[in-house]
Ligand binder design. Structure first.
Ligand code: MLT
Length: 326
């Protein structure tokens, strides 16, 4: 018969053993040093801008700095491959989006990562409606004239984008397939540099995320023909929807979100998700995101599980668009 003392000792050692399955010390104190946030495109573009706005607030909450590292190339897949292979200790994250974590799957048969298998979803940051933009002196005055002009000059016009599989590439692939045109694609390391070329009149048109376009549209340095969402965007009340402008078939909204390498502990994911949500509820962060036309996720869409569902649905949505049945 076990004595009370030895029974208590056995219970204590059992609890101690169970404790080993509790949150590991590294996660309990996380973060204890600087976090790297990889942005898969050049500085100044929409992914970079959204990432910097939100991570600046996350850093305050986490008590550690978050350093943005712009890693460019191959429509964002170079950076995303690197992030997939990073240590899953919570100190290397990536701001991915509809391009890196959905459109790239059908466009790169040998993609070195899979958005669902190689990443842990952390938090959705912002929805970003797509606009049809053109250089200021592009002849068409409105979307109807744009459609006619691009069809009539198909082999002469060119469209800027941020690389195969980027949001700007994928969304204009959808537009071009609807119009049945094949413009010359002009790739850049991000739509930050692409926008500079558009403003300079070096390229003809571009499909870009609203956050990159609002400042230029308000400055009158580019043309905006339409926004590809059912409703007009509050930051651009004078820009018609594609439906109002005569092309209801073209609907496109991208999104930007934080991902961590597969195997990052649930405790670290929860800490990061809570910091992201706190940022999205901060009035200054909201003001800056809304001014740029972002759609701030509703609470139900801010969980890692909701982001996992979004990625799955977006891969299913863009695969037939970008890889039509051969
Ligand atoms: C994209 O086109 O995927 C992004 O807008 C590029 C960027 O954020 O620079």
């Amino acid at each position: 018969m076990m004595s009370i003392r030895s029974l208590a000792g056995a219970c204590l050692s059992a609890f101690a053993a169970l404790g080993a399955f509790a949150v590991p010390a590294s996660a309990q104190n996380y973060p204890t040093r600087t976090i790297t946030m990889i942005v898969p495109f050049a500085a100044g573009g929409p992914t970079d801008v959204i990432s910097r706005i939100v991570t600046a607030h996350m850093a305050q909450t986490l008590g550690q700095s978050i350093v943005i590292e712009n890693v460019v190339g191959a429509g964002g897949t170079t950076a995303t491959t690197r992030a997939a292979r990073a240590a899953n200790d919570g100190y290397t994250l990536i701001t991915g989006h509809m391009g890196t974590h959905a459109a790239s799957v059908p466009l790169y048969p040998k993609l070195a990562y899979h958005p669902e298998k190689d990443f842990e979803p952390v938090a959705l940051l912002a929805g970003t409606p797509i606009l049809i933009l053109a250089r200021k002196d592009f002849p068409p005055k409105d979307l109807k004239e744009f459609i006619a002009y691009v069809k009539a000059n198909a082999e002469k016009v060119n469209a800027a984008h941020a690389g195969i599989g980027s949001v700007s590439h994928a969304s204009c692939e959808l537009l071009n397939s609807i119009l049945d045109v094949k413009p010359v694609g002009v790739p850049f390391n991000g739509t930050g540099p692409a926008m500079n070329a558009l403003v300079a009149g070096q390229v003809d048109y571009m499909c870009d995320q609203i956050v990159n376009a609002v400042p230029q549209i308000n400055a009158g340095t580019i043309k905006a023909y339409a926004v590809a969402t059912p409703e007009r965007n509050p930051s651009l009340p004078n820009v018609p929807t594609t439906a109002e402008a005569g092309l209801p078939a073209f609907q496109a909204q991208a999104w930007n979100a934080v991902f961590a390498p597969k195997g990052t502990s649930p405790a670290i994911i929860a800490t990061l998700n809570a910091a992201a949500i706190k940022a999205l509820d901060d009035e200054n962060v909201r003001k800056r995101l809304l001014e740029l036309g972002s759609v701030i996720p509703q609470p139900a869409n801010r969980t890692p599980e909701a982001l996992a569902t979004l990625v799955k649905n977006e891969i299913a949505k863009w695969t037939p668009v970008l890889k039509p049945a051969s």
